[in-house]
Design a protein around this ligand. Structure first.
Ligand code: GUN
Ligand code: ZN
Length: 432
């Protein structure tokens, strides 16, 4: 098999810019090379040195574009692609008005496969190489997503979204069928190739205690699976949870009481947390997923990125499409910056791009495998043009540092900035 040598600017991380200074954590090379073989990164270094050492490698010279680890979207809903950017509602009304009617269509395998394929291709065009998706209650929706991802050789995480109350008849299972179908699906897909299964109670308002308990039991039987859900996204949602679970200490307790709090748990949004919830999440080493474009679009609130990362929590970044109205993780980084500014903090570009790659991978317990520009990692890469529009180009032309050249693309870039995306060592989408 031939080797591929990608040449361009390179950015890699040897540590977290939330734990050590970004200047120590991040390493730029203005003329770097990434050597790829058998789907993996086998060497990284100076472009000319790698070229001399590997004269038979096929060279892909991206000039001054930036070669990065592919983006990792740690929370999204592929069945909501069709209703992205739907007007005028906050969370509960938005679910009932737009989301549930659309999700009701995913028992049709052909429809689900069409949307899944379209979603994965859109993600790749935006430089995103891993999606972590909620499906619908229909097993067909799970089969469709994993099958389409397998066709593209993408590392993905997904699961059947379980709901047995407060949802239309077309979208309700039971405690038993949620358990049985999730079990069948995880036996079929978990750790199959690049697929991993996440046990997926949608959120506690749409599950009875019996269903939460059944899914907690399933997780205990399959602890290598991730578990994904939503937590403390909007204030009316939290009040609703309190009325549905009068004995719970708080929202997190509605998961904790049923075995749904653990180190491989992914808690989307996690905006309005109490001190007890924060401490408990940190204590069990759970992962929080920040969905800033969704949090502004649905009107949810301002996630405390700096406070929660100072507590040592794993934090990933996500589009939360169709709650979030962009597939672009660049746009998600920009919204992360804006929300932190509203809380009085300027997040450094090194921290933003780390969150969208290494941070999400860490939240998914896939560090070193995805979201990582380093030897041994999967060659899931994206190549970013730092002058993709006239507006960005005129700004980056003034830059005196690589960070100053990158930041305008973070704030104003989208899929037009993605020159190329590589999945498992194969260039699968290019605009060159
Ligand atoms: N909470 C429960 N379901 C959903 C969903 O589909 N999107 C968002 N943003 N929040 C949710
Ligand atoms: Zn969500």
């Amino acid at each position: 098999m031939t080797k591929d040598l990608l040449i361009g600017q390179t950015l890699r991380f040897s540590g977290s810019p939330f734990e050590i200074d970004w200047s120590e954590a991040a390493h730029w090379s203005s003329r770097g090379g990434v050597l790829v073989e058998h789907g993996r990164i086998v060497d990284i270094g100076d472009a000319d040195d790698l070229r001399a050492a590997h004269p038979t490698a096929k060279v892909h010279d991206y000039g001054s574009s930036l070669i990065s680890a592919g983006f990792v979207d740690a929370h999204m809903h592929y069945p909501q692609t069709g209703i992205i950017a739907s007007w005028g509602k906050q969370l509960i009304d938005w679910l009932n008005t737009y989301t549930f009617p659309e999700e009701s269509r995913f028992g049709d395998l052909a429809y689900a496969s069409d949307v899944a394929g379209r979603t994965l291709d859109l993600a790749l065009a935006h430089g995103t190489t891993t999606l972590t998706s909620f499906c619908t209650i229909h097993p067909e929706s799970v089969d469709a997503f994993f099958t389409e991802a397998e066709t593209r050789n993408m590392a993905v995480i997904a699961g059947k979204t379980c709901m047995d109350r407060n949802a239309p008849d077309t979208l309700r299972d039971t405690a038993q069928t949620a358990y049985d179908q999730s079990k069948q699906l995880l036996e079929k897909w978990h750790a199959k190739g690049r697929a991993n299964y996440a046990i997926t109670p949608r959120f506690s308002p749409t599950s009875t205690p019996e269903q939460l308990e059944a899914l907690g039991a399933l997780w205990a039987e399959h602890p290598s699976c991730l578990m994904q859900t939503h937590l403390s996204e909007q204030l009316p949602e939290i009040a609703w949870v309190q009325s549905l679970f009068p004995n719970a200490r708080d929202y997190l307790d509605t998961y904790e009481a049923f075995g749904l709090l653990g180190p491989r748990g992914l808690y989307g949004h996690s905006i309005h947390l109490t001190d007890r919830e924060k401490a408990r999440l940190a204590e069990v080493d759970a992962s929080l997923v920040h969905c800033p474009t969704s949090n502004t679009f649905i009107g949810s609130g301002l996630f405390d990125l700096m406070g929660l990362s100072a507590q040592g929590l794993r934090i990933g970044l996500a589009t939360d499409t169709g709650g979030g109205s962009s597939f672009s993780m660049l746009r998600v980084m920009a919204a992360t910056y804006e929300i932190a500014q509203l809380r009085g903090v300027a997040v450094h570009p090194a921290q933003l791009i780390w969150l969208a790659t290494e941070g999400s991978a860490r939240a998914l317990h896939m560090s070193g495998e995805i979201g990582h520009l380093g030897i041994g990692a999967a060659a899931d890469l994206c190549v970013i043009d730092l002058a993709s529009t006239p507006l960005i180009a005129q700004r980056s032309s003034r830059a005196e540092t690589p960070w100053d050249a990158l930041f305008p693309t973070i704030m104003m870039g989208d899929d037009r900035a993605i020159v190329s995306t590589w999945v498992a060592g194969r260039e699968i989408s290019t605009r060159r």
